[in-house]
Every structure is written in C-alpha cells, then in structure tokens.
Design a protein around this ligand. Structure first.
Ligand code: FES
Length: 170
C-alpha cells in the first residue's frame, strides 16, 4: 500500500516537472516572438529626422529647383525606401525656402514654370492648379491651400529637409 502511494507520488512529481519544464520552454520561445511582433509598433517614428536633400546651399538660386532624396520608411512591419522631393529657392532676403511639390487639391505633382501660359508660377497639370513662387495658391484655381513647407537646416554647406507642414487654409 505504501509502495503504491509512493508510485503515484512519483508519477505526480514527473507530471509536475514535465509540465513546469514544458511551460518554461514555451515561455522562453513565446516572449521573444511576442517582443519581435510588437516591437515595430512600439518603435518611435523617424518622421522628425532631417535628410540631406542633395544640394549645396551655394547652388541654391532665386529660381526654384527641384531636389530629390531617399528616405527609409518604416510602416509598422514593412520597411521601404521612398523618394522625396521639394522645390527649393532663396527668397529676396537670401532665406532658403523648401516647398512640397504635392498639389493641395488632389495630390498631383506641381512643377515650377510647368505651363508656358503661366510663367513664374508652379503649375499642376491635373486640374490647372497654380501657385505663386512662395507657394501661395492662386485664387480661382482648384487648390484650397498653399503648398506645404519643409522643416529645414543647413549643415556643412548642405541643405537638410525634414517633414513638410501645411501653412493653413488660404
Ligand atoms: S490635383 Fe492639382 S489642381 Fe487638382
């Protein structure tokens, strides 16, 4: 009788031990997997970073020029590289202005002097939207607001651009 009691006890001990070791191993595998799954969501966005726009400050003139640069974009679990662009020029005070080329009507790309009919303006080919050199939307054309303005800084003679911000409704 006492021997039988001891066998049951051993079986129980084995069950507890195997369950405990199994649970410990499962937790050891699940915790890192959970961490990897959640990590991209918890990571801080890199949207505040500024990137070299690929133009030297001395090459920026009073005439708007289109510049392009590449940015690594992380969208939760999906990483990609996107090309950004801007129209940059120096205003009358010598200040650098960097404008988003994305039309505020429906998002087409505007081009400086994009239409022979409207020199010295940004022109949107989609619906004829127009903007003055400083990005102000011209009344009577479709865009409801001025072009967005990029965050910028100058470092070692190069122009760095960040996020484009709206200037509000015109
Ligand atoms: S998208 Fe530019 S005018 Fe419509």
């Amino acid at each position: 009788m006492s021997e039988k009691k001891q066998q049951v006890s051993r079986r129980q001990f084995l069950n507890y031990t195997l369950t405990g070791v199994g649970g410990f191993m499962a937790a050891g595998m699940l915790v890192p997997m959970l961490g990897m799954a959640i990590d991209p969501v918890l990571k801080k966005s890199k949207s505040g970073e500024l990137h070299n726009a690929g133009i030297a400050v001395e090459d920026i003139t009073t005439k708007p020029q289109r510049v392009e640069w590449k940015v690594d974009q992380v969208d939760a679990w999906y990483e990609s590289q996107v090309t950004k662009s801007a129209w940059v020029y120096k205003d009358d005070a010598g200040e650098i202005v960097a404008l988003s080329p994305i039309c505020k009507h429906l998002g087409c790309m505007v081009a400086w002097e994009g239409s022979d009919k409207f020199p010295d303006q940004y022109y949107c080919p989609c619906h004829g939207g127009r903007y003055t050199k400083d990005g102000t939307n011209i009344p009577g054309t479709p865009p409801p607001a001025p072009l967005d303005v990029y965050e910028k800084k100058v470092e070692n003679g190069a122009l760095y651009l960040g996020k484009a911000h709206p200037r509000g409704e015109a």
